[in-house]
Design a protein around this ligand. Structure first.
Ligand SMILES: Cc1ncc(COP(=O)(O)O)c(C=O)c1O
Length: 484
């Protein structure tokens, strides 16, 4: 049975519109890549070497560095994940702890496990009126770096929801203590091209970050698994960084993936203004036209002034459901998929995320707008039948992160014992627990599981969200550090 073939035929022949990654939206910009097999090679004679590029890969990486304003750029064919692993390892030989945003992607925590480094966390800003994390807290970073000499600061900007931090300020503070800043900009490769134009926030490289990792496959028209790592300034040892990249990248890199990065960058560079104009107009119109929705609303830059969010990438459509509507993000995502043939990128308890890129069509935006208008109208009708109860706005609480008792490495390597989740109160977790997407750990190995954490997990499970991480989570079991 050719499962892959039939599954992929199904999606190819369907009318399902992709408001999800990859950013090429299944529209090839290089027709030759349609015949992938005849171009699928790895490092044979005359084809340069991704681990030690001296020929055309080097030239293409130099083109990327120029386009993104970095000192040097590196092609990644194992996603941002491998860039994040290499970046964190490249600063791990420097003495000192790492200062890490607690809402980072799991690849950051995997790097922390492998390096065994001691970590202090910074927690994202929070506003109880919104259902997601805000920007990295600059005041907290300021306080922490006055007290401790850190080997590096690591945070995500933009986040899955498009939340951008004040990277310029964080770099200014960190650099005054000679601390390098690593930004996981997996969701912001497009900012490297269009950022700082007045519509899109500035990119992390423009803001002075030392290492920046971007998934070209998420928001640029490049294939899945493609990414870039950029470096600038004097705080990073480039020899160590390059060596780390050879550890975490495959030694049989796909030329199809590398060609796809090159195609995407040249495509965007050559049509930079034309693409920006069309994309900006499409987004501006979409935000304007959805402003009249009553039961659903789009989070936007307008919500960010003076709030828990420094800035927002308008390319991420965060479609929130008002509190008294009685619909979950899971239900909205399902409705959009089944009735309107619109596939969202992510569904959370009270919102869904539609990812957009320069490759989205006018038709795609119109279909989403029409669907949201119809759903909104129907919700109003249902609510007037049920007599809307005013004033029952539920205040959102942040995830109740628990205290770190052991390093991730010590917790994962120690003797463990299995517990049913309900019995795991006060135990120290030996496993990660997260919702995927977004892949941000709710519990990190070494953290003590509190009753608040267990209640939160139950709530998320009740809202239909899938909890992942523990090997036996399907049986409700988690491994914890043994008390013996
Ligand atoms: C914030 C963030 N960082 C890093 C990654 C890893 O990126 P990749 O899938 O390119 O390895 C993801 C993946 O979704 C992510 O959301």
């Amino acid at each position: 049975m050719k499962t892959f073939e039939s599954k992929l035929n199904q999606i190819e022949n369907s009318n399902l519109y992709p408001f999800h990654m990859p950013g090429h939206k299944r529209r090839p910009i290089n027709s030759q890549l349609a015949s992938a097999y005849v171009r699928d090679i790895t490092e044979i004679d005359g084809f340069d070497n991704l681990h030690h590029p001296t020929d055309f890969i080097r030239l293409e990486e130099e083109f990327a560095a120029k386009l993104f304003g970095a000192d040097e750029s590196f092609y990644l064919i194992n996603g941002s994940s491998c860039g994040i692993l290499a970046a964190i390892h490249s600063i791990s030989n420097v003495p000192g702890r790492l200062l890490v945003a607690r809402n980072c992607h799991k690849s950051v925590f995997n790097a922390l496990y492998l390096t065994g480094k001691e970590v202090d966390y910074i927690y994202p800003e929070w506003d109880e009126d919104y259902p997601f994390n805000g920007s990295a807290c600059v005041d907290q970073i300021k306080k922490m770096i006055c007290r401790e000499s850190y080997a590096g600061i690591i945070f995500t900007s933009p986040t899955y929801e498009g939340i951008v931090s004040d990277i310029e300020k964080i770099c200014e503070l960190a650099h005054s203590y000679h601390i390098p800043v690593v930004v996981d900009e997996a969701h912001g490769a497009h900012l490297g091209i269009w950022g700082g134009d007045g519509f899109f926030p500035k990119s992390a490289i423009q803001c002075g970050a030392d290492i920046v990792i971007q998934s070209t496959h998420k928001t640029l028209p490049a294939m899945t698994q493609t990414a870039l790592l950029h470096v600038q300034g004097k705080l990073i040892d480039r020899i160590i960084l390059k060596h780390q990249l050879t550890i975490f990248q495959s030694s049989s890199p796909s030329y199809i993936l590398m060609e796809s990065i090159s195609d995407a960058l040249h495509f965007c560079a050559e049509r930079k203004h034309e693409l920006a104009e069309a994309y900006t107009k499409q987004l501006e119109d979409f935000y304007d036209e959805t402003a009249s929705l009553k039961n659903l609303y789009l989070f936007s830059n307008k919500d960010t002034q003076g709030s828990f969010v420094y800035d927002h990438d308008p390319g991420k459509l965060v479609i929130c459901i008002r509190d008294n509507v009685g619909m979950t993000g899971k239900e909205l995502g399902l409705l959009l998929r089944e009735k309107y043939q619109l596939q969202m990128e992510m569904e959370e308890e009270n919102y869904v995320i539609a990812m957009t890129s320069v490759m989205d069509t006018k038709e795609g935006f119109q279909r989403l707008l029409a669907a949201l208008r119809e759903i909104d109208r129907e919700l109003s009708n249902q609510l007037s039948d049920r007599k809307r109860e005013n004033g029952d706005i539920i205040k959102k609480r942040p995830f109740p992160y628990s205290r770190t008792r052991l390093t991730i490495r010590d917790a994962m390597n120690s003797k463990s014992r299995e517990y049913y989740l309900k019995d795991a109160k006060d135990k120290i977790s030996a496993e990660f627990i997260y919702l995927y997407p977004p892949g941000i750990p709710l519990v990190v190995p070494g953290e003590q599981i509190t009753q608040e954490v267990l209640d939160y997990l139950t709530e998320k499970g009740d809202a239909g969200l899938k909890i992942q991480g523990p090997a036996k989570i399907d049986q409700g079991i988690i491994s914890c550090v043994s008390d013996e």
